[in-house]
Design a protein around this ligand. Structure first.
Ligand SMILES: [Zn+2]
Length: 240
């Protein structure tokens, strides 16, 4: 269930894998995604299992749209699922959840101010600057030292794109330009995210550097599984 769990001061966080859930078939087993054809009751059960495992009062979700909006959980209602690609919290006991299948999940922590967040960045988020938006929102609430953990995603040797698309990403984030293992244009979203975080003076731990969601079936992958792909995720929380 928890592939990696960590803490920094009052902030706790975790990255999930596919194990320990109730979904079957392409969604097996801990699918956290609600719009990929899986049985909603099983997804609800998976989310509840994760909530219990993490010991949080609730898991706050967002509807991710490959944009660059960062939202604070305390600015939205308990049952509301805001449209955003970064979800931030200063509220003890609430876990903020990001869900991915090939895109890059990021956890942010500002331990001195008891603030944290999660971010979803794919190719579009990289270009639109969702990482910058999330870090900026944390700093606007007083965050000083910020640390980040970057999770498993499609690697730069697999994430093939048409050349003009790869070049358009590289025009904004040169560090993200890559080449597939078979020699065609590609983008390394994780490398781009790490470069963006470092340029913002965020201390980065790249947990997913050796992982690839496309190559390894321990992860869900949209590229490998298509529409039926499940979603794994990352959660950040301020300890109650
Ligand atoms: Zn790969």
């Amino acid at each position: 269930m928890l592939w990696y769990a960590g803490e920094l001061g009052p902030v706790a966080f975790a990255f999930t894998d596919r194990l320990g859930g109730s979904s079957d078939g392409p969604w097996a087993a801990l699918n956290l995604g609600t719009s990929n054809g899986d049985d909603p009751e099983r997804v609800a059960d998976n989310l509840e299992r994760l909530r219990v495992e993490l010991g949080v009062d609730r898991l706050a979700r967002m509807t991710q749209v490959h944009g660059a909006d960062a939202v604070w959980v305390d600015d939205v209602g308990d049952s509301e699922v805001p449209v955003a690609d970064a979800l931030l919290t200063g509220a003890p006991g609430v876990g903020v959840l990001v869900r991915v299948a090939d895109c890059t999940p990021i956890v942010l922590a500002a331990p001195h101010e008891s603030l944290a967040g999660v971010v979803h960045s794919g190719r579009e988020g990289l270009v639109k600057g969702v990482v910058e938006a999330a870090v900026g929102a944390l700093r606007a609430r007083g965050a000083t030292a910020i640390e980040a953990w970057v999770g498993p995603r499609a690697c730069g040797r697999c994430y093939e794109l048409p050349e003009e698309m790869a070049d358009a990403v590289a025009a904004v984030v040169p560090e993200a330009r890559s080449t597939t293992s078979w020699g065609t244009p590609a983008v390394d979203v994780g490398a781009g995210v790490v470069a963006q975080l470092e340029a913002l003076d965020v201390a980065v731990t790249d947990l997913g550097a050796q992982e690839c969601t496309i190559e390894d079936e321990r992860w869900y992958s949209y590229r490998r599984q298509g529409q039926d792909s499940g979603r794994f995720g990352a959660v950040a929380m301020i300890k109650a």
